[in-house]
Design a protein around this ligand. Sequence first.
Ligand code: AMP
Ligand code: MG
Length: 353
Amino acid sequence: MSERFTVRAGWGALLLLLLTLGCAERRVPASVRSRTLWVMGTEASVVLPGSDADRLANAADRVETVFQETESRLSRFRDTSELTAINRQAGLSPVSVSPETLHTLNLALTYARLTGGAFDPTVAPLVALWQAASTAGVPSPATVARCLSLIGYTKVQSDPVAKSVFLSHEGMQLDLGGIAKGTAVDRAAAALLAAGHDRFLIDLGGDIRCQGAPDGQPAWRVGVRDPFDKRQLLGVVRMAPSSAIVTSGNYERFIVVDGQRYGHLIDPRSGYPVRGMAGVTVMADEAGVADAMSTALFVLGMDQATALLARHPGIEAMLIPDRKPLEIWVTPGLKPRFEPSAEYQAAVRLLPI
Ligand code: AMP
Ligand code: MG
């Protein structure tokens, strides 16, 4: 579907589902069974332990249904989606939405507040401005400032009683591309749990949520790619029994204007594309949280990201600044779960939190 959702179609490759230690490609060993789906403009996988293989079709159908529902509600490019209705009515009237859409938006607003607006679901006009820059040229400071007046999560009114959403200014636009894949994965996981599945891994374009562990193994293992060279594996994360892992990066999607490279993540506070980070991977209990946080930490940069992580002990992260030689900064909680590949061991640093 949308560009918004396809953001990690390539970058999703950064988070590599590593089912056989040491393999550089997605390879599914006999101990697990997986089904690939094409949804929300990207590739998704549903993986079960080999001993549950007879339940794979059932699990994949349930997951696909959830992703298709999400796409029909949250696509910015479907005329009939709830998100399109909200954007169309900006400055005019509130729009009634489904509980799922309200949940995703409320989570987005919560993380917008929590990150001081580094994550902001109203960033869409700026995203469009910078996407146009590849043909129209770099916008003038005055144009950026005009666009900034349309940005601001505090201008979104979410009414829990009327179950409606209102963008208070004409020209405002919601973009849930930084969180929607995560919340979709959480809903898919809830659907599987409700159907009695207790061991699975769901991967939606790099937003990964897992439950339990594969046959005879202590944990699901997810590989993280080198953001500077995605053929290389930085290492493997041994996942907690019910957890999620999501990556944000700038290296797969960017525009070049006058020889200058601009990433697809925008700092909603300044109006300019973010610089400073190469990759951020976040592990949390929920994929929606990990998705919003990975985007936010990327925008915040090393210092502010470190300060935010110090205040939120449930969120584990790997921060890779955009400089050489490569440094892999990990939170104390992630360190024992991260097995760096031999050639990256010396690059690992502990975040001072
Ligand atoms: P992710 O890959 O999860 O980091 O999300 C990237 C997508 O989020 C982009 O393609 C934009 O649609 C959107 N986005 C860009 N900058 C921000 C931001 N500062 N806050 C929230 N969403 C953003
Ligand atoms: Mg995100």
